[in-house]
Write a protein that binds this ligand. Structure first.
Ligand code: DOR
Ligand code: ZN
Length: 376
């Protein structure tokens, strides 16, 4: 009698556990069993949506998946003032499809002309969420970025005082520094000192690509975090040269060795809240990428969450996707977590060859390839 009661209880606990695991999307013994994954709606903490016609082409893809996104300010000319950011914000909102709920979180581009008053004004605006530091010459439209990082220390002090985060493209720009060492060298030469001088400054090391960057972020205070892109989780540098040069795999910081990719996957799937989702989706016209001097940037927005799901599934860590995609970034930026949900389905589908019309063609990451997850 007692034995059968115990048996009944054990059976009930077993059934509840299995049901709970299915509900959370944790159970993943085989693709046949696990068909869908529902998580809190995510945010993209690093995206380029450009302006004008390209904005209209790309923004709906980000808005379809993400509730909010940190909008990069490297337009030409860059977004350097609160007023410019508000105008840009209106242009973005006008490109959001009807019925879609999407909030752009604006950032300002740091230049030699930025003042402490600019920082105070930005921090007081409910629409501006960070400053972006591009070392001058490091990447697309960075020519007006910061050439002398130490000279910008008074600005970092103002950001620390007014509690507005500093987002960093962490690469040195010396022409004689090997391209694969630029992130590591930036950390050694600049970031370590910045963190030391401004311990209360919240810093995001954007799109980390190396084991050294992961180790650095892990070893610092909770004021230091990092975003990780889908391409750096899925590819190593061999992907740039599979059967020929692959311009749509070229972004900055450039893809690194497999050992670095593995370190990024480990960090992203660790449940450590210092690492969160930032696609760095960076659209360029197809002809400007497939060129003798192709632009840097992977356009991942149409399949962003699907790519992260693929990477997390490959690491057997789908249960860690929600924290990475939907919680840790919001917590870092001191914004409320989203309350609605998004569902991914395990199903194969072919990614389009390109996006855009009326003379616009933008080739996405994985163009013409079959992927295995799809946002419903
Ligand atoms: O690959 C990149 N593209 N990296 C960046 O830092 C900038 C971005 C862009 O704006 O095209
Ligand atoms: Zn970027």
């Amino acid at each position: 009698m007692i034995a059968s009661d115990i048996l009944k209880k054990i059976l009930l606990i077993f059934i509840y556990t299995i049901a709970f695991a299915f509900k959370q999307g944790i159970l993943q013994t085989s693709p046949q069993i696990m068909k869908t994954l529902t998580i809190t709606r995510p945010d993209d903490w690093h995206v380029h949506v450009r302006n004008s016609a390209i904005l209209k082409t790309v923004l709906p893809h980000t808005a379809r998946q993400f509730a909010r996104a940190i909008i990069m300010p490297n337009l030409k000319p860059p977004v350097t003032t609160v007023d410019q950011a508000l105008t840009y914000r209106d242009e973005i909102l006008a490109a959001v499809p009807m019925g879609v709920d999407f909030t752009p979180l604006m950032t300002l581009y740091l230049t030699a002309a930025t003042t402490e008053a600019d920082i105070k004004k930005a921090a007081e605006s409910e629409y501006i969420h960070a400053f972006k530091l591009y070392p001058a010459g490091a990447t697309t439209h960075s020519d007006l970025g910061v050439a002398d990082i130490v000279a910008a220390y008074p600005l970092f002090a103002a950001m620390e005082k007014h509690q507005i985060p500093l987002l960093i493209h962490g690469e040195v720009t010396d022409a004689d520094c090997d391209i694969f060492d630029r992130e590591r060298m930036f950390i050694d030469r600049y970031l370590t000192n910045i963190i030391k001088h401004f311990p209360d400054l919240r810093v995001v090391l954007e799109h980390v690509t190396t084991a050294e960057a992961v180790q650095f972020v892990e070893s610092t205070s909770t004021n230091v975090a990092a975003t990780i892109t889908p391409q750096h989780l899925l590819y190593n540098r061999n992907a740039l040269f599979v059967g020929g040069i692959r311009p749509h795999h070229y972004c900055l910081p450039v893809l690194k060795r497999e050992q670095h990719r593995l370190a990024l996957v480990k960090a992203a799937t660790s449940g450590n809240p210092k690492f969160f989702l930032g696609t760095d989706s960076a659209p360029h016209l197809t002809n400007l990428k497939e060129s003798s001097c192709g632009c840097a940037g992977c356009f991942s927005a149409p399949i962003a969450l699907e790519l992260y799901a693929e990477a997390f599934e490959a690491a057997n860590a789908l249960d860690k996707l929600e924290g990475f995609a939907s919680f840790y970034g919001a917590d870092f930026y001191r914004l409320p977590r989203n309350t609605d949900t998004i569902t991914l389905e395990k199903t194969s589908w072919d990614v389009a060859a390109s996006y855009g019309d009326n003379g616009i063609s933008i080739t996405p990451l994985k163009a013409n390839e079959t992927i295995c997850w799809q946002v419903q």
